[in-house]
Design a protein around this ligand. Structure first.
Ligand SMILES: [Zn+2]
Length: 90
């Protein structure tokens, strides 16, 4: 996603905006991999292959998301890796 899209993205659960942004891999102004974080409900939303995955809990793929967190736990903040909702590595 383009970095400036953060201005228009809101949490699908509570419509909170803006979300916090954590970049893992960025090329120019495009975030390839990273995560968004909602400080209101503490949910994170992954950015995978440039696409922010912003779905309600029941449509999220827990297996894939946990795998992603494992892979990038050193580059993402603790509040996502160990304390993020709807699941985390703790
Ligand atoms: Zn939220």
């Amino acid at each position: 996603m383009k970095k400036h899209m953060i201005n228009i993205l809101a949490c699908p659960i509570d419509k909170n905006n803006p979300l916090e942004i954590y970049e893992i891999k960025t090329e120019q102004d495009v975030i390839i991999n990273g995560a968004l974080f909602c400080s209101k409900c503490l949910r994170f939303y992954l950015i995978i292959d440039e696409i922010p995955i912003m779905l309600p809990d029941e449509l999220r793929n827990k297996t894939n998301e946990i795998k992603f967190l494992e892979q990038w736990k050193e580059e993402l903040p603790r509040k996502i890796v160990n304390e993020g909702e709807p699941w985390n590595l703790k």
